[in-house]
Design a protein around this ligand. Structure first.
Ligand SMILES: *[C@@H]1O[C@H](CO)[C@@H](O)[C@H](O)[C@H]1NC(C)=O
Length: 415
C-alpha cells in the first residue's frame, strides 16, 4: 500500500476531481478510511497484548471507544457513509469487548492504580466536546520554568483527590491547597503542563463546577495555548523521539478540551506515519544506525518522565499507542462532526459556524482547507500554512531552520 502521506498529497493535488465525487470518495472519505485502518491495526495490537497493557494504555482506548460512538452517531443516518459506518460499528464492538476484558488483567497487575483511576475507564466518564474553539497565541508564557516541574506522583495525588477515590478524601472535586497551587502554576511545560490540563479536563468530566473550577475554561485556554506552542516546536525539530509521545498527548487532551486547531492535516499525516505497520502499535521508531548511547539516554528520559510507561522489547509503547489512538479518534470525530457534502447536507446542524466562506465553496475544499477553515485564521496565515502543508513529507525532518528552533524549550521540559 502507498504511504498514507503520499496518498494524501496526491488527493490534495486533485481538488477538482475530488469535488465531483460523493463524500466517501473525496479526500475526507479517504482520510476517514486511512484513520480507521490505523485504528483497526492498533486495536489488533491491544488484542494481541491485552494481558500486558497497563492502565494508561486502556484509558487511551477507552477514549477512542467514546470517539467512535460519537462518529457513528453522525454517520449512521447518511446512506453514502454506510460502509464507513459499518466499519466503525464493528471496531467499536471489538473494542468494547476488549476493554471489558482488560479490567480483569489490570486487577492483577496494578490493583491500587486501578482502584484510584477506575473512573477514567468507566463508560460515561469521557465526554466529547460540543463546541469548538481555538488556542490563543497571546496566552503563551513569555518564559518557562527550567524543568518539567512536578513529579508524576504529585500529579497522581491531585487527580485522585479530584476523583475522590483516595483512602483519605472521598468526595469528588475536592481540592487541597497543594493541588490548587500545583495545578495553576504558571510557566510549566512538558508533562507537567499536559497534566495541569488533564486535571481541569477531568474536573469537567467529573462535573466539578465550584470554586477554582469556575475558571476551568480560563485555565484550559492558557494550558492548551502553551501546549500548541510546544507542539509547533516539536514539529519544528522534526518530532524527534521521544517527544512524539508528548506531542500526541497534547493533541489527545486539548482536542478533547475542544481546541480544534490541534487537528492539523500535517500532524495527522505525521502520526499515521509513526505506526508500526506490523504490530499496529506506536512507540520507538525502528532506526538505522542509531547510536547506542543515544538510545540509553532516551530510555532514561522515558523512564524518568513516565513512571508507568511500558515499553515492549519490539519498541511498542503502551503510552504512545494510547495517546496515538485517542489523537486519531479525535481526528475522525472532528471529521464526522464537520458538515460535509452528502445527499442532505446537514451543515446547519453543526455547532461550528464558519462565517468566512460560503457553503458551496467550503464543501468543495479538500480536507486541509476544511480543517483550517474550522480554525478561522487570517488569510495570510492560511496561505502560509497552505504552502507549508503542500511541501513534500521528506522535508519534515529539516525543520530546524524555522523560528530559531524551540529545542531549548521543549528539551528543557523533557529532561
Ligand atoms: C487572546 O487573548 C488575549 C489576552 O487575554 C485577549 O486580549 C484576546 O482578545 C484573545 N484573542 C481571542 C481571539 O480570543
Amino acid at each position: 500500500m502507498a504511504r498514507p502521506g503520499l496518498l494524501l498529497l496526491l488527493l490534495l493535488a486533485l481538488p477538482q476531481w475530488t469535488a465531483l465525487l460523493p463524500w466517501p470518495d473525496t479526500a475526507q472519505g479517504t482520510m476517514a478510511g486511512l484513520i480507521l485502518t490505523a485504528l483497526e491495526r492498533a486495536t489488533s495490537f491491544l488484542e494481541d497484548r491485552l494481558p500486558s497493557i497497563n492502565l494508561d494504555g486502556v484509558v487511551g482506548f477507552q477514549v477512542l471507544e467514546v470517539q467512535l460512538r460519537g462518529v457513528q452517531e453522525k454517520w449512521v443516518s447518511n446512506p453514502l457513509l454506510r460502509p464507513l459506518s459499518l466499519r466503525t460499528e464493528q471496531l467499536t464492538n471489538t473494542l468494547s469487548t476488549l476493554l471489558q476484558r482488560s479490567i480483569f488483567y489490570l486487577k492483577q497487575s496494578d490493583p491500587k492504580y486501578l482502584r484510584e483511576f477506575q473512573p477514567s475507564i468507566q463508560p460515561g466518564f469521557w465526554k466529547l466536546p460540543h463546541a469548538w474553539m481555538r488556542t490563543n497565541a497571546s496566552l503563551v508564557y513569555p518564559w518557562l520554568e527550567p524543568l518539567d516541574l512536578f513529579s508524576e506522583e504529585s500529579s497522581d495525588t491531585c487527580l485522585v483527590q479530584l476523583l475522590g477515590t483516595g483512602t483519605t478524601s472521598s468526595h469528588p472535586c475536592e481540592l487541597s491547597d497543594f493541588c490548587r497551587t500545583l495545578m495553576t502554576k504558571t510557566g510549566c511545560s512538558g508533562y507537567s503542563l499536559s497534566h495541569q490540563l488533564l486535571f481541569f479536563l477531568w474536573a469537567r468530566m467529573q462535573g466539578c463546577t465550584e470554586g477554582l473550577f469556575r475558571q476551568s475554561q480560563h485555565y484550559m485556554s492558557i494550558f492548551c495555548s502553551n501546549m500548541m506552542d510546544l507542539n509547533r516546536r516539536a514539529e519544528a525539530i522534526g518530532y524527534t523521539y521521544p517527544t512524539q509521545d508528548l506531542f500526541m498527548e497534547n493533541i489527545m487532551f486539548c482536542g478533547l478540551a475542544g481546541f480544534s486547531d490541534f487537528y492539523k492535516l500535517h500532524w495527522l499525516e505525521a502520526i499515521l506515519s509513526w505506526q508500526n505497520p506490523r504490530a499496529g502499535c506506536f512507540g520507538k521508531p525502528a532506526t538505522k544506525g542509531e547510536l547506542p548511547e543515544a538510545t540509553a539516554h532516551q530510555q532514561h528520559i522515558l523512564r524518568r518522565v513516565r513512571r508507568r510507561e511500558k515499553l515492549f522489547t519490539d519498541g511498542c509503547s503502551c503510552h504512545n499507542t494510547a495517546t496515538a489512538v485517542a489523537a486519531l479518534g479525535g481526528f475522525l470525530y472532528i471529521l464526522a462532526d464537520h458538515p460535509h457534502p452528502g445527499p442532505d447536507d446537514g451543515s446547519a446542524a453543526s455547532s461550528y459556524q464558519d462565517t468566512s466562506m460560503p457553503d458551496a465553496q467550503r464543501m468543495d475544499r479538500p480536507i486541509t482547507l476544511l480543517l483550517r477553515s474550522w480554525s478561522q485564521k487570517s488569510h495570510a496565515e492560511e496561505e502560509a500554512e497552505e504552502r507549508e502543508q503542500l511541501q513534500p513529507i521528506a522535508t519534515w525532518g529539516v525543520g530546524l531552520e524555522t523560528e530559531g528552533t524551540g529545542l531549548g524549550r521543549l528539551g528543557g521540559g523533557m529532561g
